[in-house]
Design a protein around this ligand. Sequence first.
Ligand code: PXP
Length: 265
Amino acid sequence: MDRSKMKLGVNIDHVAVLREARCVNDPDILNALNVACDNGADQITIHLREDRRHIQDEDAKSIMRYSKLPVNLECSINKDILNIVSSLKPHRATLVPEKREEVTTEGGLDVFTFSDEISYAIEQLHDSIIPVSLFVDPSIKAMEASKDLGAEMVELHTGAFANIYAMLHSNLSHSHHSIKELELPRYELSSQLDKAIQDIVASAAHAKKIGLEVAAGHGLNYHNVKHMMDIVEITELNIGQSIIARSLFSGLAEAVKEMKRLTTR
Ligand code: PXP
């Protein structure tokens, strides 16, 4: 079996979340950038949101300027944002859906309803020589649509898998963040987890077969990430929350190193 190298994209948005919570300049996002770069990240991932709730335009500019590693810039298909991204010229743009009221990116891009808008966005980014990945739910139809729209890559949304995993294997179900629709008997959660993994496996295989590169991300952590490692078509993982959360206790260097160790093939 060909087990090509896995790239680790470290998402540092949450460092900016903490900074913005106090409207100060601490923690410094460029410190986080350098520590991630020096301790095992293969790429830096940031999301310039329309509501600027974490990464600001100045952050994106500085990260583009000072990053020793390729930058994967996540953004919506909003015209103003696309103009900024086009001028920043990241190594790749990942198109994601955005709703102002959401806590984080919930669900993949709707590549069916918004096909025209996504196709224009891809064209604009390609005009600026920026390769494009689409953040999509793991389904064969979404892989086909992503290819038809002209993307080079897909990032499979692992949120559904991660939610089921957390309800089955962590204390989430006993907390006030318990996911109501997943308050199910363990055998039911187990079978939903198998199905979620199967959807990722089948989508990754299909995407690769039709010529797309395949990444995965959202909700991946030090426990559940092992399920991604045997899916040979997935060659990149973008991980943020769990790394930044662990860094509170171990420091960011150790947190990145440990994730790199777990995601090395
Ligand atoms: N990939 C994409 C496209 C995302 O939108 C996010 C979350 O912002 C991530 C990866 C990282 O997710 P997490 O912070 O849950 O690791």
